[in-house]
Write a protein that binds this ligand. Structure first.
Ligand code: COA
Length: 534
């Protein structure tokens, strides 16, 4: 394979300036991560532990193989939403290993409003199930939740992608032999009761876990019957009388040990992985912090990033001299072959055609694709339109949409307009979508949006004989610029689960390699492309 050679002076002032800029966003991300990791905060964490319960993150680590990695999804979900009442969306999700088998863990955090489901909690839970379904991962639900967050009931209950979808997914995954295992470690009230009830196997903790369709106060109101939580739906009731649960555990630790035992008995063959025989990149991953220009209008060679992520800094480029604003080629990530598609400028017709060609190669050869996204969009103007940019861009979008190879997207810079689609944005179902803290995502850049709207406003104002000058225009533009600046930030995007998480650029190699490895749990289907407009 061809070794890439860096042209960047890592001791230069540009490099340092770039790094300083990126570190501002990295610091903001770290603050958001610290906030998420702290769950419901000190007081509620303490109350939780005093009840003899393990904190949610402790539960997850006890469930997983000691020292194994956890590919967490949606860590900063809901940051700066709901007055910050719902850290990490009140639920922990991610891929970990039990007895070396990849599993999806979905763990309620009852220190966050009783583990109830805000709209973002539902979205995060459904996203985790989607990852499990696409990659054939057994699901382990660590349940401790009061069900729907009642003040938000209009956004969590009735629609297609609301609470009910969780159970629909459980039934359908079970029907596809994707195991569903629930560990009831607290309350499972109302709709929440269906998580354990819909699982293939269910464990419940004695004197702590409860499952019922209506709690004691509601039962009293409905039928007049007087009861308590344990008699109504505690561990003894469900393992001895109702059969809603299968295993009675003495405490959290015991329950998690039983869950591990259930996974051992799934009869899933561990993959014979040999991910140790590979070369590291030739360059220090720390250098990834200084490559992306501080000024996002300055261009740079994306191969400087590629050579700092892939094995041995090796990259066999496809069509090097054609459609140069899109770099395509083959590389290895911890020994796993992948196709890389990376932006190196605006997408023209030739770059879109090159991307389409490369996706069809990888699809036929069943090679997973990694998209490195830094795109302002497709080229505009008479020349581009006459050259058929719309139909050529559509070919790329078509190939991205229909290729059946696993796709993983990383936003390393801008993600604007239809460029987001051609480069496998969220709507194109990449198996994982990660972002760097310096990325920005919106329908178009703030300056462009403010100019478009200002132009329209000016036209209408002048038509009505109104006044328009630079001062008025600047004043008009200011709030639009502020809105776009705020909404295009990755913390805003990640809070809303438009991606799977913001990652530290220096960890890119490990996260992409882990993502590819997870996708390999599932054999790759044949691709059948749609009609390409010629
Ligand atoms: N919707 C909205 N908020 C809820 C809630 C719900 N379903 N259930 C609990 N909360 C809130 C509480 O009001 C409290 O808020 P606060 O901290 O601002 O005062 C917080 O979550 C913690 O509740 P608390 O009762 O102190 O915690 P707990 O650990 O002792 O008990 C539950 C947790 C879930 C067992 C208990 O709160 C409960 O039974 N809730 C009602 C569950 C229910 O009926 N759900 C119906 C779903 S359809």
């Amino acid at each position: 394979m061809t070794k890439l050679k860096s042209q960047i002076n890592v001791k230069g002032t540009n490099f340092q300036e770039n790094k300083n800029k990126l570190e501002v966003d990295l610091k903001l991300t770290r603050e958001a991560v610290d906030f998420a990791m702290n769950g419901g905060g000190h007081k509620l964490n303490e109350r939780h532990q005093k009840r003899g319960k393990m904190l949610p993150r402790h539960r997850v680590s006890k469930l997983l193989d000691p020292g194994s990695s956890f590919l967490e999804i949606g860590l900063t979900a809901s940051y700066n939403m709901y007055d910050n009442a719902c850290p990490s969306g009140g639920i922990i999700t991610g891929v970990g290993q039990i007895h070396g088998i990849d599993v999806m863990v979905i763990c309620n955090d009852s220190t966050v409003k009783g583990g109830t489901y805000y709209p973002i909690t539902v979205k995060k839970h459904l996203r985790a199930q989607e990852v499990a379904l696409e990659n054939k991962l057994p699901c382990i639900y660590l349940v401790d939740s009061g069900g729907a967050n009642l003040p938000n009931q209009d956004e969590v209950f009735a629609d297609r992608e609301h609470f009910g979808r969780i159970f629909f997914n459980q039934a359908n995954m079970s029907s596809k032999s994707i195991p569903q295992i629930a560990v009831v470690m607290g309350s499972c009230t109302a709709g929440g009761a269906y998580v354990p009830a819909m699982s293939d196997e269910t464990i419940i903790v004695k004197n702590q876990g409860t499952i019922f369709l209506a709690g004691p106060p509601l039962v009293k109101a409905a039928t007049g019957e007087l009861t308590n939580a344990e008699n109504l739906g505690g561990g003894e009731v469900h393992t001895k009388i109702s059969g809603v649960a299968d295993y009675l555990a003495d405490n959290d630790e015991h329950a998690l040990a039983i869950a591990r035992q259930c996974v051992k008995n799934l009869n899933i063959k561990k993959k014979n992985e040999n991910l140790s025989n590979f070369e590291l990149p030739l360059y220090d991953p720390q250098e990834l912090l200084g490559i992306v220009p501080a000024d996002n209008k300055t261009s740079y060679d994306v191969k400087e990033i590629i050579m700092r992520i892939f094995d041995g800094s090796e990259f066999d480029e496809f069509k090097h001299n054609f459609g140069k604003t899109l770099v395509t080629g083959f590389a290895k990530l911890k020994g796993q072959t992948c196709g890389v598609i990376a932006n190196n400028g605006v997408l023209f017709s030739d770059s879109a055609l090159k991307g389409t060609h490369f996706i069809s190669l990888c699809s036929q050869r069943k090679i997973p694709l990694i998209f490195l996204q830094n795109i302002t969009g497709f080229m505009v103007g008479e020349n581009a339109e006459h050259g058929g940019i719309a139909k050529n861009g559509a070919k790329l979008v078509n190939a991205v949409a229909t290729s059946k190879v696993p796709k993983i997207t990383l936003l390393i810079g801008g993600s604007f307009g239809a460029g987001n689609y051609g480069m496998c944005g969220r709507a194109f179902a990449p198996r994982f979508l990660w972002t760097w803290p310096c990325s920005r995502i919106s329908v178009m850049g703030g300056e462009q949006a403010a100019s478009v709207l200002a132009q329209l406003k000016k036209n209408n104002t002048l038509k009505n004989n109104g006044e328009w000058n630079k001062k008025i225009e600047d004043k008009f533009k200011q709030p639009i610029l502020e809105q776009f600046n705020n909404q295009s930030h990755p913390l805003y995007a990640s809070a809303r689960m438009w991606d799977d998480g913001i990652i530290d650029p220096t960890k890119t190699r490990d996260i992409l390699a882990a993502s590819i490895k997870v996708t390999m749990n599932h054999s790759i289907e044949e691709t059948k492309f749609g009609i390409f407009r010629m």
